[in-house]
Design a protein around this ligand. Structure first.
Ligand SMILES: Cc1ncc(COP(=O)(O)O)c(C=O)c1O
Length: 453
């Protein structure tokens, strides 16, 4: 039941990327949740079309995960991370390797996405040190990417909005323009045989930097951040894999959002049919029930870290809560259910339904430029002119308007200035998908009506 006296004084908190003065006027305080629905402390109910934040794949109030965590808490809440491990961590690592694309041989367990991307980039540097290429240290990422809030992850990130107040950041990070077919940074059209210029430029960037100084490329298979919703073409990743192999550069996939069935495949790597050397995952890994993340490590990389103690080739990295038994029990229960319930295939099918509905909306509302995404991570990119794909003037912010209109109707989802995206729990049924799409449709109608012209 809801608290009889809801607590609204948020003045003691600093929330993520949030202007607290504004937030405090009408704070959104979530009290309880069940399935795909959440309720705030005023008793208002919302459909969680964002799965927490791309996390709660198995829905809120999942009994099996709660039971597994409770049992683990009663048995062992904490195990030594420096001089030991625990059965839940061992079992989880095995389950992850079974769930992962081919070739992965080891797992580094961590507690959050930023820890995972940081660890992967450090691992890439140490790997090259130990395989005779000690000058390789640079990391190439893309503009608009978000890889986390810690200094290394932020340095790899490519959105100035979250970076510039902390500059100067770390050296050794370079950025290329994103492989965004809808807003191609090179002015090309994919359907007009663009030559995958984005992949060519990345190749040339490595060559121009001196490949012997480049350690890794880090990319999200599909990226969604305040900077936009970017879905690269398959050929981009095929060419990128080939480029990385040719220059002995490790390919890191940041699958913090795209992992664990979100795209209707186990990982984004499966969606694109391209396997990275290091794969970072988090969020949906524990379905949001505990802070949990990991780096999956290809066998050929892991081997460089095995040797005698005196050689000091072990990975020089760790965190107190990495491999925490309660978090691992949550992850194990989540991954097992995902497999047992056939949730990845379910997400693919529900994604098809969502696509149908979004395409129908595109036919109704001229403000929609394109339908974007895969599986249960799909949305709409807005354009003032479909022909030229020109964005709306910056003050219009159609994405924010649609998001507000939908929230008033009881649906929460992700938006940027020029896009909205649905990313519900993977357990959403066809009726749930339809309900979300009905609300989105009504919200679009309202916003389209109010747009100039
Ligand atoms: C693609 C991506 N990478 C990394 C992160 C960082 O994860 P965390 O917030 O768990 O540190 C996020 C978080 O939103 C993300 O979306």
């Amino acid at each position: 039941m809801l608290d009889a006296a809801p607590h609204h004084d948020v003045s003691g908190l600093v929330l993520d990327f949030m202007q607290m003065e504004e937030f405090a006027r009408d704070p959104f305080v979530v009290a309880e949740a069940d399935g795909i629905r959440i309720r705030d402390t005023d008793g208002r109910e919302y459909i969680d079309g964002l799965a927490g934040v791309f996390t709660v794949s198995l829905g809120h109030g999942n009994r099996a995960i709660v039971d597994a965590m409770t049992a683990q808490l009663q048995r062992l809440a904490f195990a030594p991370p420096l001089h030991g491990t625990n059965p839940a961590a061992i079992e989880l690592a095995r389950a992850l390797l079974d769930f992962a694309p081919p070739g992965f041989g080891a797992v580094k367990l961590l507690s959050g996405g930023s820890e995972a991307t940081e660890a992967a980039m450090k691992m890439a540097r140490q790997y090259h040190q130990q395989t005779g290429h000690s000058r390789k240290y640079k990391v190439i990422a893309k503009y608009g990417a978000y890889h986390g809030g810690t200094m290394g992850a932020l340095s790899a990130g490519g959105g100035w909005e979250r970076k510039s107040v902390f500059e100067p950041l770390l050296g050794g990070f370079l950025h290329v323009h994103p492989p965004d077919c809808y807003h191609c940074p090179y002015g090309k059209r994919y359907e007009d045989d663009c030559g995958i210029t984005c992949a060519e430029i990345l190749d040339r960037t490595i060559a121009a930097e001196d490949p012997e100084t480049v350690a890794a490329v880090i990319m999200e298979p599909i990226s969604i951040s305040s900077a936009g919703f970017v879905v690269p073409p398959r050929e981009f990743f095929e060419r990128l894999r080939e480029t990385c192999d040719r220059y002995n550069v490790l390919l890191i996939f940041d699958e913090i959002i795209t992992g664990f069935g979100r795209l209707g495949t186990n990982f984004g790597a499966d969606y694109y049919g391209v396997v990275p050397d290091l794969l970072c995952c988090g969020k949906g890994m524990s379905s949001g029930y505990a802070p949990l993340a990991a780096v999956l490590i290809q066998d050929h990389v892991n081997r460089a870290f095995l040797g005698r103690a005196e050689e000091r080739v072990e990975f020089h990295h760790g965190h107190t809560y990495g491999g925490n038994p309660v978090a691992c029990a949550a992850g194990l229960a989540a991954v097992r259910q995902m497999v047992e319930l056939g949730l990845v295939e379910h997400a693919r099918q529900m994604g098809e339904r969502m696509r149908e509905r979004l395409v129908a909306m595109q036919a109704s509302y001229p403000m929609i430029g394109t339908v974007q995404g895969a599986g249960l991570l799909q949305g709409l990119v807005f354009a003032a002119d479909r022909q030229t794909r020109a964005a709306f003037p910056t003050e219009i912010k159609p994405g924010k308007r649609v998001e507000r209109a939908a929230r008033e109707r009881g649906l929460i989802f992700r938006c940027g200035n020029d896009f909205v995206a649905l990313s519900p729990p993977l357990v959403a049924t066809r009726a749930d998908v339809d309900e979300m799409c009905d609300i989105l449709d009504a919200s679009l109608a309202e916003v389209q009506e109010g747009l100039p012209g």
